[in-house]
Design a protein around this ligand. Structure first.
Ligand code: F0G
Length: 457
């Protein structure tokens, strides 16, 4: 088989600012060992997130010029609404400025004290919005999803037996909803199977529980279903997406991922009463229901992006490029989550740095080493992000200590990815010299964004 090439040409370029290791050691120190606090000009390859970082297509840029900025009833909204409806077939489409705004609105209405939201794994902002409403989030990831080194086709699945057990033990009255994140970002970008979505919906329907999808990376998930699940090989990505959404009562989406948007999000719902309540809140915090915190030009770019994401040649290249880096690392013995996820490579920091205990944040130590060595910025998904404390103030660590290297869509070429692989392997070879970190300042919610740390001597 020939090399799978990037299915695009480059018309406009951005410079990368090169720096040396001595400069980056100082930059990291100034940022309190938290790459979120590093100015992006000091980053060479930015794998902090795949969110809002996509390169837009020439068609999207042309669409921006077509954006109609009417306060109410803009044709750009109707084009956006049509794109969302073609995919989700849901009746009510509510634009928001990004995914977490959709979450804030939804959980302000359905969350609240003594309520719980059950998921395969909630993303950090989703959990934060649930907890901020007074509710609790419960993650029920399947057993395969807990073991980074053991491959399985659908490691993002929710554990349906655990869900049934939870319902049998606690009842259903306080369950605000079950929401499945596709692909499962915090659990390695791993896909969820159609069978799992179908079964979860059946359990929810039997117990009269709302069933939602966090749809940020729905197309990447649909591609995995097409490639890995029996019966889907000959179905189009759109047909698979239609089926996925057909089981759900609604969805939240950050359009900064699989809609190639630099900003944007939406709520799509089938429940008219709930949609009205959401729109009432939307007007207070986001804007009028036909723009919801976005400019007409943003809606136009998203309407086009939601069509482009369904293209088979794009998804084949996208998933292959993540797999390519994963294979390179595996060949060098680097502990990496397998199989490759949809949008990112996840390093297993516990196995990478076994000499650093979890209360010294091995994931963050690895993130810092990748920056120092190669100017690469990744993000810790471990005890810095999700750690809690017991009554004695001792850290209750996260289950996994991962470092996520998220690949922006259509931005980096194969040689950038080769460079990333070389840097990771170099860091792996010198891993014994890497030191742990201690927290010196931390916020109560979404703590990893602003945390300040220091090196342990
Ligand atoms: N849900 C999931 C699964 C996400 O990955 C994100 C964002 C959100 C919701 C919130 O969307 O950023 O538009 O408000 N994930 C980004 C990331 C930030 O880096 O993975 P948002």
């Amino acid at each position: 088989m020939k090399t799978i090439i990037e299915p695009f040409k480059i018309k406009s370029v951005e410079p990368i600012h090169f720096s040396d290791e001595a400069y980056r050691i100082q930059a990291l120190k100034r940022a309190f060992y938290n790459p979120f606090l590093i100015p992006s000009d000091d980053v060479m390859i930015d794998l902090l997130t795949d969110s809002g970082t996509s390169a837009m297509s020439s068609a999207q840029w042309a669409g921006i010029m077509m954006g109609d900025e009417s306060y109410a009833g803009s044709p750009s909204f109707y084009r956006f609404e049509k794109s969302v409806k073609d995919i989700t077939k849901m009746d009510f489409v509510i634009p928001t400025h990004q995914g977490r705004a959709a979450e804030k609105i939804l959980f302000s209405i359905l969350g609240g004290k003594d309520r719980v939201v059950i998921s395969n794994t909630l993303f950090d902002t989703t959990r934060a919005n649930i907890e901020y409403s007074g509710a609790d989030g419960v993650d029920l990831i399947c057993e395969e999803g807990k073991h980074p080194a053991i491959p399985a086709p659908f490691k993002g699945n929710i554990d349906t037996e655990a869900l049934k057990k939870y319902i049998a033990t606690h009842g259903t009255e306080h369950i605000a909803m079950v929401i499945i994140t596709v692909t499962n970002n915090s659990g390695g970008g791993q896909p969820v199977s159609m069978a799992n979505i179908r079964e979860t919906q059946a359990i929810c329907r039997q117990h009269n529980i709302r069933f939602y999808i966090d749809a940020c990376r729905f197309a990447e998930n649909a591609y995995f279903i097409q490639q890995r699940e029996a019966g889907y090989k000959d179905k189009s990505i759109l047909e698979i997406a239609n089926e996925m959404f057909s089981y759900a009562d609604g969805c939240t989406m950050s359009a900064k991922k699989d809609a190639f948007g630099n900003i944007g999000g939406f709520l799509a719902l089938n429940d008219e009463k709930l949609a009205t309540e959401c729109r009432n809140l939307l007007v207070i915090t986001e804007g009028f229901p036909t723009y919801g915190g976005l400019a007409g030009r943003d809606l136009e770019a998203l309407a086009i992006g939601l069509k482009e994401i369904l293209e088979p040649s794009y998804l084949q290249y996208r998933i292959r490029s993540i797999e390519y880096l994963t294979e390179k690392l595996l060949a060098a013995g680097v502990p990496v989550m397998v199989p490759a996820g949809g949008h990112a490579v996840y390093l297993d920091a516990k196995a990478f740095l076994p000499h650093i205990p979890q209360d010294q944040y091995p994931g963050q130590a690895l993130v810092c080493a990748l920056y120092t060595k190669g100017g690469i910025r990744g993000v810790e998904i471990g005890s810095l992000m999700f750690g809690k404390y017991d009554e004695q103030g001792k850290l209750i660590p996260a289950g996994l200590e991962l470092v996520r290297l998220a690949i922006p869509r259509r931005v980096y070429t194969q040689s950038h990815i080769d460079y990333v692989g070389e840097v990771i392997i170099e860091v792996f070879e010198g891993r014994n010299a890497i030191k742990g970190l201690k927290i010196i300042e931390i916020a109560p919610l979404l703590r990893h964004f602003t945390a300040k740390l220091d090196l342990l001597s």
